[in-house]
Design a protein around this ligand. Structure first.
Ligand code: SF4
Length: 371
């Protein structure tokens, strides 16, 4: 493809066209970086025609570290008989949620893993107890692999699992466990987790039930460029199937494989292959490919603050969360951290106005009248 054809492609993307996998590969490999970022920023400004970048205060709590999924990139999980095995108790939740409210946040990101003994009743009781103790708490909890795991444990459909969880207080579903939506990759990377179809089916049913979800991608390990682009197309196609009055995927967050001490690195010699430049390019391509998802968030936790700040000029409009007590990615080498002052300062230094949001991207403070 010559320069004129590439420019046509970027112009079409700016106009909202639906790009194919091969067109995505073409701009990823050959478009000039300034052209790519300018196009992604143009699309961002069509979705969000202002200088604001949103952020949120929420808190991660791990329900347990017992998991039998066997993901080769995870240093966090262990067997139920391991000395380090834990299941978080209600006293700990009370303390952690009280701290969250004291910091001004109200969203709890509850992540579990595939515990072989904890069935649906455990999660229903947990969600109910949390909502009874803290009625204002918002639960951004579990993810498609856990929902599929519970359906298998209970011998019921994922729709039924979702109904029980929603009834017990689930507010939104994280896009966890997507990694790369390719069964070739998933079978090597996460042999005990749900497959691509199952992951997408959980999100499909969540959207049908008007549950807002996020979408993610973890890349830089075993996948090809084509599989990265195919992942984006699968998300976009699922989003096309959501009911008109549903939000569906409210955001997309691509993050890079953290390799430190992981089985993938130690046993197979696979290390994170994504440079800062490649991340910035891919982020911009994602903004152009995902023409039906409103919000894109660079992962400063995994790529570092400077790279994420540059992404705000190439398609990004959200800077995510202060990530209180994140363990899974951090235990594999993600060293970056920011408190609420730091996250706002990082947004300002990138040239944008920080505005705090809730989990549905509603603004929680008045934007400055001078923006
Ligand atoms: S990443 Fe999650 S699902 Fe995979 S082994 Fe770790 S805790 Fe289990």
């Amino acid at each position: 493809m010559n320069k004129t054809q590439q420019d046509d492609l970027l112009t079409r993307a700016c106009d909202g066209a639906t790009l194919s996998v091969s067109e995505g590969i073409e701009i990823m490999q050959h478009a000039g970086l300034p052209d790519l970022m300018a196009a992604a920023h143009h699309v961002r400004m069509k979705w969000h025609p202002h200088n604001r970048v949103t952020w949120i205060i929420d808190r991660n709590v791990n329900i347990s570290n017992v998991c039998h999924a066997g993901c080769l990139f995870c240093n966090f999980s262990c067997s139920r008989s391991a000395e380090a095995a834990f299941v978080t108790n209600m006293d700990a939740y009370r303390e952690k949620v009280s701290e969250l409210f004291a910091m001004g946040g109200n969203q709890l990101l509850l992540q579990g893993g595939l515990h072989p003994d904890l069935g649906l009743a455990f999660y229903v009781d947990l969600f109910r107890s949390l909502k009874e103790a803290f009625p204002a708490l918002r639960l951004h909890a579990l993810g498609p692999p856990e929902v599929v795991h519970l359906a298998n444990l209970e011998g019921i459909a994922v729709e039924e699992v979702l109904d029980h969880l929603i009834d017990a207080g689930l507010d939104s579903l994280p896009g966890a466990g997507a990694e790369i939506l390719s069964d070739r990759v998933r079978q090597m990377l996460s042999p005990g987790k749900c497959n691509t179809h199952e992951w997408l089916q959980v999100m499909y049913h969540a959207h049908q039930k008007r549950v807002v979800t996020s979408s993610t991608m973890m890349f830089g390990h075993l996948e090809t460029l084509e599989e990265r682009l195919q992942h984006l197309v699968l998300l976009r196609e699922l989003q096309e199937q959501k009911p008109d009055d549903a939000v569906g995927f409210i955001s997309f967050i691509p993050w890079t494989f953290q390799d430190t001490h992981t089985a993938l690195a130690k046993r197979h010699g696979v290390v994170n292959s994504v440079t800062a430049l490649e991340y910035i390019r891919f982020f911009a391509v994602a903004r152009l490919m995902l023409n039906n998802i409103a919000n894109l968030q660079p992962s400063w936790l995994t790529v570092g603050v400077p790279t994420a700040q540059i992404c705000l000029h190439g398609g990004g409009n959200d800077f995510g969360s202060v990530m209180i007590e994140e363990h899974v990615v951090s235990s594999a080498g993600a060293k970056h951290s920011m408190d609420k002052d730091g996250i706002q300062q990082a947004i300002r230094m990138a040239g944008f106005l920080p505005v705090r949001r809730d989990q549905h991207f509603n603004l929680m403070e008045d934007p400055s009248p001078t923006e």
